[in-house]
Design a protein around this ligand. Sequence first.
Ligand code: C2E
Ligand code: CA
Ligand code: CA
Length: 265
Amino acid sequence: MRDTEHKHEQNAAELRLIPFFQPKIDMRDGGLAGAEALVRGVDKDGNIIMPAQFISEMEKDGSIGKLDFFMLENVLKQLSEWKAKGLPQIKMSVNMSRITLFAPKTLDTVLEIRSRYPDIPVKLVEFEITETAGDVGKSALAHIVDSFRERGFSFELDDFGAGYANISLFSNIKFKAIKLDRSLVDDLPDNAISSMFVENITKICRNFGMECIAEGVETRQQAESLLQAGCVYGQGFYYSKPISALEFEARYLNGPGISVKPDMV
Ligand code: C2E
Ligand code: CA
Ligand code: CA
């Protein structure tokens, strides 16, 4: 056991980390609504290593904070590069682990990183946090989220519906968007309960002034069923897998017939 753990640690430390980007799509017309940055590891032979193989190790050894800040910095750098090239500015979300979220110096570090990219409006950066972040107590979470919001950052509630689908979370906490977990989308369009759940969550989102984004959209039927339920934003392999910055730029920012949603920017 010790040997295995040691080996994993070595592997995580030996990886070069890079951000990949997955588009968030306006499913009504296929336009680009934003993107999510997802980390990838590259080993010494150039193989791409998925986060499932090193994230939990980083959470255990405490290096997850460094990863989240590294991703934030890279996202800002990328947006800045695209801006310098005259490409459209898009909203980009960064995953923030609950460990990072609740660490006392996180806001200061985030502000310090952000100050190095004054050309990028802060409203373009969003943090995705998971429903389990609410386990520590809604008021503690609300307090942290508010302290970031005062500085212009916004939050998305990730993986909603994967756990208890804790609706009271969004009556207490101001989220910019709710991300419907892949497990709900997987059941569409055949499962009537899932369809109804999606429809109702979408309605709540609309009433609370939040956006609703479906994760893990893999088929046209799922996209259609989500649209029918009123959920207009989607992310998933049906549209695109997470891709490198170069590929993202070519396909979504620089390609022929690109469409970036002005209302989401
Ligand atoms: P997540 O934040 O829920 O990200 C969505 C995951 O679903 C990504 O996996 C993405 O590639 C995958 N996905 C997207 N569309 C589809 C689809 O249509 N079908 C299927 N089957 N999967 C889809 P990925 O990139 O392997 O990331 C896994 C998890 O690792 C993320 O889940 C997130 O919790 C974590 N993660 C990734 N990057 C970071 C990071 O920079 N910081 C932190 N703290 N966590 C990260
Ligand atoms: Ca996420
Ligand atoms: Ca998710």
